[in-house]
Design a binder for this molecule. Sequence first.
Ligand SMILES: Nc1ncnc2c1ncn2[C@@H]1O[C@H](COP(=O)(O)OP(=O)(O)OP(=O)(O)O)[C@@H](O)[C@H]1O
Length: 617
Amino acid sequence: MNMRIAFDSRRVAAATRESEAGRTAGPGDAVAPVTPRLLRLSAGVRGWMALGTLMTLAVTGTYVGQGIVIASAVERIFTGAEWSAIAGHLVAAVALVAVRSVLLWLRELTAVATGAALKSRLRRRLYTKLFELGPAYVQGSRTGAVQATVVDGVEKLDVYFSRFAAQFAGAALGAAGILAGLLVVDPVIGLTLLAGALAIAATPLLARRLQAERSSWFWSQWRRLGADHLDVLQGMTTLKAFDASAGRGRELARESWDFYRASIRFVAVANLRTGAMGLLSSGGIALAVGLGAVRLAQGALGVFDLLLVLLLAREAFRPLEELQKAYHSAYPALSAAAGVFELLDAEPAVHDPREPAPAPRSGSVTFENVTFAYTPGRPAVRNLSIHIDEGETVAFVGRSGAGKSTLVALLLRFFDAQDGGITLGGIDLRHLAIPELRRRIAVVAQATYLFHGSVRDNLLVGDPGADQSRLEDAARAAGAHQFIQRLPHGYDTVVGERGATLSGGERQRIAIARALLKDAPILVLDEATSSIDAKNEAEIQQALDRLAAGRTTLAIAHRLSTVQHADRIVLLDHGRITDVGTHAELLEHSTGYARLVAASTLEPSAETRTSGSGLSA
Ligand SMILES: Nc1ncnc2c1ncn2[C@@H]1O[C@H](COP(=O)(O)OP(=O)(O)OP(=O)(O)O)[C@@H](O)[C@H]1O
């Protein structure tokens, strides 16, 4: 079953290696600081970003106004004006400071609003894509790495768009405006400052290659560390049970050290760039003021103009410096964007048909010469054909790895067969709308996934519109009602993450109730009674029989209890059907089946265990 496949560690490990080779950004992978594609991610928040730009321009405007007012006031003081002549200037300067404070506050609010809108849009887009990609993609990726992209990656993009990109135009225009003004005041000083500003603007471009490498490495270490920590948290019980936590802890410590080094290298380059820019900025201002003093001495510049140079030269560089600071914190977004694009570009394993066929009228299922391989050249299902009548119960048995779960994954269209096809009611699955197909199939899986929420929430997954009496009927039929009633808050009791506060059997009963509520014409039972104790197994089996009545049922069976109730049993070996028949027929003529029973791969049911019948055959 899909859940089983998803949590099978050997497969996950293999997929992890594959995904790491393919998904870790290498040096130079980082995207350019501004690319059309990156900017397209801002769709829906551009209005907010434009407002951020205006705010930045307005803030620069207050600095310029303040510079002019102060220069004028100081000039008047030098020329012996009365205090009353500069009182208006002082009031204006204070007012500009106050206006700027309000503007900065509004700019911050705008940035937060931009970020919030961007994050919610982008995450919705990524989750929609993840659902479209389905289990096939999630199996091939590390949960932690996907989480790093969807959670941390999106946070980084927030900084990029709400701080850096939103302020970019404002800062550039503000600096350009001030420089143009200073060019008019004095072309020599203006050109000197322009050269300094261009050098500052060019610094990140020069440092980009160096920083891209560091940033990619930093980000890939981050994703890896996140994935490994999540792995350890999820596998805590296993690590403790095998006394393997110390070894795993050492591995994590080593990875943390790698991450530390990645961070230091990244910050070192970033600081180098910041330092270079600070030097250029201070050097430029000092040169401009020095030149201004010389020009004043030569009589080419008035006192007011020199004061303007003194006060505004700093302002010409300030927006650029602010932008650099924003760029510094937004830079990891460029690597994070690589992960986001990778997810958005991923091709789903299956596609919805353009013009879906009408819903099938019958619940018969036919596999026609189906061949499917996860890895080229290693088919998990080979040229397999079987027709299952509407309402028939067919059990699939076989050794581990025989291909049982793969058949179910193909039926649910998590994957498409490379050869042959599957029909439902005579219609090829590839011609059916995927949601329509999945609505027609209810699954009771071995590893039941319960979501964090109340028992009721988990039951409603089967039928969101079900009322309390339907929930209770289903729970009763699944043998779950009694234990649910005994829970502290009955149906409103919150089950922990993955239903951790319930026993395996209880979880499975909820899964059975959920499938009952879904009331789909096709039922997939994946060793549905495996977590149920012997006392309740017969009871649950009866509930399942009632559930299966009138439905086409595919049962992946490890127990004789399931098998004995099936209309037919299909014996699989290496992806092929080797025998088909009833339990009695197979016991009689199938050596493979007899071997399975003898090897106890098919465990005795509660009935056979207590009656002692059947298994010895
Ligand atoms: N996601 C996957 N990627 C690569 N190979 C896979 C994947 N899932 C299953 N396989 C391989 O396909 C073959 C059939 O696996 P499948 O899970 O269908 O067997 P199964 O009969 O259900 O086994 P079990 O009873 O142990 O669950 C096995 O060789 C298995 O290793």
